[in-house]
Structure formats: structure tokens, C-alpha cells
Design a binder for this molecule. Structure first.
Ligand SMILES: Nc1ncnc2c1ncn2[C@@H]1O[C@H](COP(=O)(O)OP(=O)(O)OP(=O)(O)O)[C@@H](O)[C@H]1O
Length: 339
């Protein structure tokens, strides 16, 4: 086990920002700490680095307790939201800073800087002033600087959240590729599920200072531990049903979920779990908004006691507006099995 965190608690005065956190990261694995704003993600990350004093608990690397090891001797690389580059130094000097700090001889700097710029897709940028970089380029330089001394753990705190949506998506894909190719062990903090799922092998969902669920990305997405985690992962309504022979029967219709054992189940529905179709439960559109890939609807269901209003989707080409009658069918793709 590379990183082991046990019972980590951080108090700010009488307020508990992180309570009894337990985490493991194995070599070459990327773990995302995912949670809403204020849930304690940054506090936990900072406590792991040693930047934030812990109230209790332990952080170990390969079984060695790091309590007495200062931040700069932990062998961790850090990347924050706003890069924090040195504005008066050029790109090469920013990246070489990490090498100097770790006592790597100057003769080796140039080759390593070139190698890193190539890795982050900024070949030839050595002499560029950092004030003349775009937000995305600056974050790539910050990443190169953190990777320069070959840290045993890379810690990324919302590394992409200062960037606009399109760039963020592209950089997340590039970063995922880089982490995999270089087999980097990393801990990523984000409030963005998509970013966590693009980048991480496993996620730990944090809420109000506590880790509510931890597991492989796909499994947490499909099987959230409770309604709160399901809501945080996009479920906007819930329906109870009964599974029998791989089909779940609910008030909103039937849906094939082959992996489920027979018995009662609770389903969390993301908007695309309900799609406009020829058949299905009837309802009336109360709102329709165009999104990039679909038309997002709010639908009031007719004659349903348990669920009244649900989110649903229709193709972008559908000409639907408030007041229109529709029918909705369940789509297994958007469903989470809760509990
Ligand atoms: N230095 C501090 N003193 C007192 N309270 C703090 C301090 N730093 C953070 N907090 C509080 O601790 C809680 C957790 O903060 P933290 O920054 O870890 O959350 P987060 O999940 O990273 O949030 P965000 O996504 O908004 O950055 C918040 O309620 C915050 O107000």
C-alpha cells in the first residue's frame, strides 16, 4: 500500500472539518476525493501533505508514519487550482524550481525540463514568460513543475476548475492519459463528478467531513450507498421497486437490470433514466430546456401518488414545450441502485 490514511480528523476550533477519514492508495492508482463545496476535501488533502495540522489520526507511506516528516520531505508533488507559478520566471525556470529544491544537479535540468514540456504538450515553451500563457497552458506548466522531481504521490486540488468548460474537458482527458502513461500515483480533489470519473480509478465521496462511500468509479456511480450520495451523483428522483428475474417493476414502469437479485430495490433516477417514448407512463411537460446533447424536461406525472414530478430527457430535435403531453420510459443507463 503506498498511502495509508487512518482516522484522520481535523478540527478548526470547535468545528470538525474532517472526521475519521480512512483511505488507501496503491502504487500507480489515481483516487479522487469527490464532494460538494465545503465537504472537507481540501482540508483532507492538505492534512495528507502536512500543510494542515491534524487533530488526530495518521498518514503513512509504505507503512512509515509521516507525522514527523515535514511537507517538503514527503516526496509529494502539489498542484493547486490556480497553478501558483512564479510570475517573474519563465516556463523553464518554473519547472526547474522543483529540481533545484530537490538537489538535482543543474546539468540535468535542461533535459528534464524538455522531457516534461513534451509530456504536458508544451514542447518549445521553455523561454515563454508565464504571464503570457493561457489558463490551460499555465496549469500544464504547474503540472510539469510538480512532476519534475518525480514525486511518489501527486496531489491535485481542483486543478482544472479555473478553466472554461471546453478546455477543462480536454485537459481532463489529456491529464488522464498522462497519469496512466506515466503510472503516477495521485490523489485528486474535485467537486466535478465527470472530472473524477475521467481521471480516477477509484473515488471517495465526502460529505460534511465524512467519507460516505469509497470504491471503483463504475461501482460507486451505479451503486451509491444512500440517497445523499445518489443525489450528489446526479439522481434527482427516487422510486422503489421489486426485482424479479432481472427486471425491476416500479410505478414508473419496468426496467431490465439483469445483475440484481430478486427482492425490493430502490432506484435513483438521473434525468436520462427517463426518456420520452411512444409508450410508458403518461405526464405533462412543465419545463423544457435545451442542453448540448438532449432536451431536458421536467414532467408532472398523471395519477402517481409516490412520485409527482420527475426530470426526463428527449432528443434535441423533439419539439416539446410546457403543457405538452408525453410518455416516459425507464432507461437502465441513467439508473443508480441505491443502498
Ligand atoms: N482555516 C480554516 N478555519 C476555519 N474553518 C475552515 C478553514 N478552512 C476550511 N474551513 C471550513 O472547513 C470546511 C471544509 O473546507 P474545505 O475547504 O476543506 O472544503 P472543500 O470540500 O475543499 O470545499 P471547496 O470545494 O469549496 O473548496 C468548510 O466548512 C470551511 O468553511
Amino acid at each position: 500500500m503506498a498511502l495509508t490514511v487512518r482516522d484522520l480528523t481535523v478540527h478548526y476550533g470547535s468545528f470538525t472539518a474532517v472526521r475519521d477519514a480512512r483511505l488507501d492508495i496503491t502504487d500507480g492508482e489515481v483516487l479522487a476525493l469527490l464532494g460538494p463545496s465545503g465537504s472537507g476535501k481540501s482540508t483532507l488533502l492538505r492534512a495528507i501533505t502536512g500543510l494542515e495540522p491534524m487533530t488526530s489520526g495518521s498518514v503513512s507511506w509504505d507503512g512509515t508514519d509521516l507525522a514527523t516528516v515535514p511537507v517538503h520531505r514527503r516526496g509529494f508533488g502539489l498542484v493547486f487550482q490556480d497553478g501558483q507559478l512564479f510570475p517573474h520566471r519563465d516556463v523553464a525556470a518554473n519547472i526547474a524550481f522543483g529540481l533545484r529544491m530537490h538537489g538535482i544537479p543543474k546539468a540535468k535540468h535542461r533535459a528534464r525540463v524538455e522531457e516534461l514540456l513534451e509530456l504536458v504538450g508544451l514542447k518549445g515553451f521553455e523561454r515563454r514568460r508565464v504571464t503570457e500563457l493561457s489558463g490551460g497552458q499555465a496549469q500544464r506548466v504547474a503540472l510539469a513543475r510538480a512532476l519534475a522531481p518525480e514525486p511518489r504521490l501527486l496531489l491535485l486540488d481542483e486543478p482544472l476548475s479555473g478553466l472554461d468548460a471546453g478546455l477543462r474537458e480536454q485537459l481532463a482527458i489529456d491529464l488522464a492519459d498522462l497519469l496512466r502513461r506515466s503510472k503516477i500515483t495521485a490523489l485528486l480533489v474535485t467537486h466535478d463528478q465527470e472530472e473524477a470519473f475521467t481521471l480516477a480509478d477509484r473515488v471517495a465521496v465526502l460529505d460534511a467531513g465524512e467519507i460516505r462511500q469509497e470504491g471503483a468509479v463504475r461501482s460507486v456511480w451505479r451503486y451509491p450507498a444512500d440517497d445523499d450520495v445518489a443525489k450528489f451523483l446526479g439522481a434527482t428522483s427516487f422510486v422503489d421497486g421489486v426485482a424479479a428475474g432481472g427486471v425491476v417493476h416500479t410505478d414508473l414502469g419496468d426496467v431490465a437490470l439483469q445483475e440484481l437479485e430478486d427482492g425490493p430495490v430502490r432506484l435513483g433516477l438521473r434525468p436520462h433514466a427517463l426518456r420520452v417514448a411512444e409508450t410508458g407512463v403518461p405526464g405533462e411537460v412543465t419545463a423544457a430546456v435545451h442542453r448540448r446533447e438532449h432536451l431536458r424536461l421536467v414532467v408532472r406525472l398523471s395519477e402517481k401518488d409516490t412520485v409527482n414530478t420527475v426530470d426526463a430527457v428527449a432528443p434535441v430535435t423533439a419539439d416539446l414545450r410546457a403543457g405538452d403531453p408525453v410518455r416516459l420510459e425507464l432507461d437502465p443507463d441513467g439508473i443508480a441502485v441505491v443502498g
